[in-house]
Design a protein around this ligand. Structure first.
Ligand code: ZN
Ligand code: ZN
Length: 659
């Protein structure tokens, strides 16, 4: 449901490349060999009739909605109050899928039992945007059946005999037909034109279940109709049966596509015959990897009879449930929550919304009050948790979150608790065998823990390297300054980044107007510069001093009045969080220091706060570079100005790109 809401804001479309993969159960890794691109192009009945309507397709529910309103509130009458029930069923079907999406994206709950460690890609989120098309279509097909088939009308609320018919008709003809049709769709002709869309998603998600072409949906609707209409024809139909069957059907399809092994091993140990009657997420996950096996809908019996059961199915299930495929990350980025609204920008709330840069959207407004009790609950109980992950050169990278919001970092009485949480995360990373943990934004606040120094001094024997990543942040800021610039105005001049920027620029013979009221702090920094360059550092105490300087580097929040001192045509570089308001129309504004991840990053479908896709804050990139280079030092406290060039070149060498 949330996915539906979020798609109102935009509508992405992307092409896809079918991929064949081979899964090796022993290693726990997938290798992949790419087939020639088999673009389905236009084939009869491939596209949905409303494919060009975008979000306007929800208007299609309008007639059902109007009829339900008229029946229940306008004095009309309708057999079975049908439109009301079919709308409610449609809403519940979307809810089932959304709940599964939420669950499978809660990495802190599911990471141990994740089947495939590769995360979902942005292009998959875009491709699966219309996963709920089948719900709209089936609502109308069932409504048509209700209109035309007398035996499918005037149904009682419940008929216990009917439930037996439904089970038998499902396990018998419905499953058998699905198996035959599914194998047919794997013939080259049908696969290339139709079924390759579903198989383009190798790391499956509950929404992958709905990522099918129109023709496949026609068959799926017929298969769903067999137990529903069949039991009604045998006088066993009931309204509740309709709810139960359709929702169980969706539940099991989503479960099979959840990429989380939820079926406990003991069930199959105690009742081995169940291996023939109910599949597992591993079982269907294997079908997306080794496509000549595991064709069944939910009942593996047909694969057994058709000799298509993958012999690794139950070994894989056992391995995943025993946690044998769980992996330790090489690198952890330790983030925190920014504010109430952006706390909803996570894949387990709105996957599609989290796949785009954070902006305030209308659909967040009614739900943001729910974040308040969650914030208090996290304050009371929560521990650092896993937020997202991706792979770089087959090494697992995680983002963990300190369960604290931005404002809490400024409450004096909350600071000790926050440091304890950061320390806990560092020690946990250390014991797991993580190589590098880098501290994001306020987690390395100078006033809070001296840019991470506190933890390194308290635990001198840490194996994990603690990194603030600001050396690369400084490099990115400096790289954005045009080589011809001879004078800059710097606010936040005595901060960690301000100091490094000033010291670096003065050596390039750039005059730096350092705004600070403290002569003592200014002189301390000035003395660090080589004597011949000290004259390039100039202390200023008022914004007026910069009224002729067109390069401002803003490290401390400035108001409109202060911005007004800048001459027309000024460019505001900035390293201040949150960024300053862009109030001057005659000036330009830089963004927060960031870099684009290397092209070989896999399994990333979440935007980092307001950053565009595959762009991360420079301090995040700095931690990754530290890990890839295998540097053995902690990067905490003051920035080593001599390393700025080294870190920048290493970032470029590893494929990071300036934004
Ligand atoms: Zn298939
Ligand atoms: Zn599938």
């Amino acid at each position: 449901m949330a996915d539906i809401l979020s798609r109102f804001s935009a509508h992405y479309k992307s092409n896809f490349i079918p991929i064949f993969l081979i899964y090796t159960a022993q290693s726990g890794h997938y290798s992949q060999t790419q087939e020639p691109i088999m673009h389905p192009g236009s084939a009869p009945l491939k596209d949905w009739p409303w494919a060009t309507m975008g979000s306007l397709k929800y208007i299609l529910y309008g007639p059902l909605f109007a009829k339900a309103l008229y029946t229940n509130f306008g004095g009309g009458s309708e057999v079975d109050n049908w439109c009301f029930h079919i709308l409610l069923i449609s809403g519940l079907r979307c809810l089932v899928c959304q709940l599964w999406l939420t669950y499978s994206n809660m990495h802190f709950l599911t990471k141990t039992y994740k089947i495939r460690k590769h995360g979902v890609e942005f292009k998959q989120v875009d491709r699966e945007w219309d996963w709920d098309n089948f719900v709209i279509f089936q609502a109308y097909m069932f409504t048509a059946a209700h209109h035309f088939f007398p035996f499918f009308r005037d149904m009682p609320l419940w008929n216990s005999q009917g439930s037996m018919y439904v089970i038998l008709l499902h396990i018998g003809p419905a499953e058998a037909l699905y198996y035959i049709v599914h194998r047919l769709f794997h013939q080259n002709f049908f696969f290339n034109r139709y079924h390759s869309l579903h198989h383009a998603s190798v790391t499956v998600q509950p929404s992958t279940a709905g990522s099918i072409t129109f023709l496949e949906n026609l068959f799926l609707t017929c298969i769903t109709a067999i137990p529903i209409l069949g039991s009604s024809g045998l006088r066993g139909g009931s309204i509740l049966m309709l709810y139960l069957y359709v929702l169980c059907f969706d539940f099991l399809r989503c479960m099979g596509h959840s990429n989380v092994e939820v079926m406990p091993a003991f069930i199959y140990r105690c009742f081995p015959f169940l291996k023939f009657f109910i599949y597992t997420p591993c079982y269907h996950g294997l079908h997306h990897v080794e496509m000549k096996t595991n064709f069944c809908l939910f009942v593996p019996l047909y694969d057994y009879l058709g000799n298509t059961m993958n012999p690794k199915s139950w070994l894989l299930h056992k391995s995943v449930r025993n946690g044998q495929l769980d992996r330790v990350p090489q690198y952890v980025f330790l983030a925190h929550v920014v504010d109430m609204l952006s706390s909803l920008h996570v894949p387990f709330v709105f996957r599609s919304f989290a796949s785009k840069p954070f902006t305030t959207q209308w659909f967040l407004l009614p739900i943001w009050p729910f974040t308040v009790p969650v914030m208090f609950a996290m304050w009371a109980w929560a521990k650092p948790f896993v937020h997202t992950s991706y792979l770089l050169r087959d090494l697992l990278h995680h983002t963990w979150v300190i369960p604290r919001f931005g404002f809490q970092y400024f409450l004096p009485f909350a600071q000790e608790g926050i440091n304890n949480l950061i320390e806990e995360a560092i020690l946990s990373a250390d014991s797991l065998g993580v190589k590098v943990i880098s501290l994001a934004a306020l987690n390395k606040n100078e006033a809070l823990n001296g840019g991470g120094t506190l933890f390194v001094q308290k635990h001198p024997n840490l194996r994990v390297r603690v990194v603030h990543g600001n050396t690369l942040t400084a490099a990115v800021i400096l790289n954005e300054i045009h080589p011809d610039v001879k004078e800059v105005f710097l606010t936040g001049a005595t901060s960690k980044l301000g100091r490094a920027v000033a010291l670096y620029l003065c050596k390039q013979q750039v005059r730096v107007l350092m705004l600070t009221a403290s002569t003592e702090r200014f002189q301390t920094i000035q003395k660090e510069a080589p004597v011949q360059y000290q004259r390039f550092l100039v202390q200023v105490t008022k914004y007026q001093a910069a009224q002729n300087c067109k390069t401002w580097i803003v490290g401390k929040w400035i108001s409109f009045r202060e911005q007004n001192w800048a001459p027309c045509g000024t460019h505001f570089h900035q390293f201040v969080v949150p960024p300053i308001f862009q109030l001057r129309r005659d000036c330009t504004y830089g963004k927060l220091a960031a870099m684009e991840l290397p092209a070989d990053v896999e399994g990333l479908a979440t935007c980092e706060y307001t950053m565009s896709r595959r762009i991360v804050h420079a301090c995040h990139a700095g931690g990754v570079v530290h890990s890839l280079e295998g540097w053995d030092h902690h990067e905490v406290g003051a920035i080593d100005v001599d390393r700025i060039g080294i870190v920048w070149n290493a970032a470029l060498k590893h494929g990071f790109k300036p934004v």
